[in-house]
Design a binder for this molecule. Structure first.
Ligand code: GSH
Length: 204
């Protein structure tokens, strides 16, 4: 049994989708980050960085924070969506880390400067929209040569999709560009029953 501490955001959805895809028994614990619940002593004993998502595996008493580490942990526990070794595993890992180090953080900053910053900062908006547009182009190019980023559907797709889907219209509006391979990949993932369920978590 996995306890998932999460909220209604792309980083949380990576893990709620993975739990559904892997068929792992789990229970959801909403952490309202708008109300500051991520700063509670209890949550920070599980997630010392004070960010969702985090899990507690009640079968082993292992706690894991950081969505990438959680996805690898769950893939290894279930034996699904991450090849055990060799080039196929390396391919999934490189796209998983690409999301963790680039795509997610840059989209987070762009979203902040476009939608929530107290003041409009044109330099920041240009800097992050240029970088996000570049990253979407990298993704589109990869999806021109492969059906899913790692080849087969994997935890790498589960990590990229929630951010990609949520920001695609914003970046399309800013660049005026349509990315056919990204759209094809997003539609295929959106059609998966586990994704349709996981993306609605937590139900409030
Ligand atoms: N690198 C982290 C990022 C997690 C993250 O930024 N979570 C956000 C929600 S999407 C959060 O908990 N924010 C709370 C805050 O900023 O105080 C991961 O991939 O798990």
């Amino acid at each position: 049994m996995i306890d998932l501490y999460t909220w209604t955001t792309p980083n949380g959805h990576k893990v709620s989708i993975a739990l559904e895809e892997m068929g792992l028994e789990h229970s959801i614990h909403p952490v309202n980050i708008g109300e500051g619940e991520q700063f509670s002593e209890h949550f920070q004993s599980i997630s010392p960085n004070g960010r969702i998502p985090a899990i507690v595996d009640r079968d082993t008493d292992i706690t894991v924070f950081e969505s990438g580490a959680i996805l690898v942990y769950l893939a290894e526990k279930s034996g699904k969506f991450l090849p055990e070794s060799g080039p196929a595993r390396a391919k999934v890992m490189e796209w998983l880390f690409w999301q963790m180090a680039g795509f997610g953080p840059m989209l987070g900053q762009l979203n902040h400067f476009v939608n929530t910053a107290d003041e409009q900062v044109p330099y920041a908006i240009k800097r992050y929209s240029d970088e996000v547009a570049r990253l979407y182009d990298v993704l589109d190019k990869r999806l021109d040569e492969a059906e899913y980023v790692g080849g087969d559907y994997s935890i790498a797709d589960m990590s990229i999709y929630p951010w990609s889907a949520v920001a695609y219209d914003l970046i399309k509006g800013l660049t005026g560009k349509t990315l056919a391979n990204v759209e094809r990949w997003q539609s295929a993932i959106a059609a998966r029953p586990a994704v349709q369920k996981g993306i609605l978590v937590p139900v409030l």
